[in-house]
Design a protein around this ligand. Sequence first.
Ligand code: HEM
Length: 181
Amino acid sequence: MYGLVNKAVEDLVVSNHGEEVWDRIRGQAGATDAAFISMDPYPDELTFRLVGAASEILETPVPDLLHAFGRHWMLYTAREGYADLLDASGSSFFEFVANLDGLHTRLSLAFPELRPPSFVCQQVDDRTARLEYFSERAGLQPMVVGLLQGLGERFGLRIEVELVEARGETDDCDVFEVRIV
Ligand code: HEM
C-alpha cells in the first residue's frame, strides 16, 4: 500500500504511545527505511507486519488496531491535504458512502498504482443501508467499520455497522448493514 497508509499507522502509534514505542514496532516489523514516502507504493506485507508488530508490542488485538486505524484515517487524510476532496465527496453521510469508488478513482490520478477497494451501497431506508465491500485484501473488515464511524463523525453522526455476510475463501465481498443511530 502507499506510504500514506504506513505514515498514518505511524501517526496513530506516535500520537498515543510516543516515538520510542514506534521505533520498537518499526524495528520488529523490519521497516528499515528512515521514513515512509507518502506517494511511494510499498508491499502490502510491510503494512501487515507493522500492524502485527504493533499488536504484539501494544498487547492489542489486530482487529482493535485496524478499527482504531480506520477512525484515525479520516482525521489523518483531512490533515494531510485531502480535506477538499473529503468535502467534495458528499454533503451527507450516505451520499459520501455512495461516492467512495469515485473518491478512490480520483485518487488514482495521484496514486497510479492504487489498488483500492470497491463499495456498492443500497439504501434500505433514511437511516439504513446495505453496503457491499469488495477488496483483494482479506482481514480489513474492522478497518472499514472504523472508517465508516470516522466518516459519521465528520457529519456529527453515530454509526452502527454490522457484518451480515463475511467473505468466503473464494469470493472477495463482505456485506455490512450500516445504520445511523
Ligand atoms: C481522502 C480520503 C482517502 C484517501 C486519501 C484514501 C486513500 C487510500 C489509499 C492510498 C489506500 C491504499 C491502497 C493502495 O495503496 O493500493 C486506500 C485503501 C483503502 N481505502 Fe481509502 N482513502 C480515503 C478515504 C476512504 C474512505 C472514506 C473509505 C471508507 C469509508 C476508504 C476505504 C478504504 C479501504 C477499506 C482501504 C483498504 C484497501 C482494501 O480494502 O483493499 N478510503 N485508500
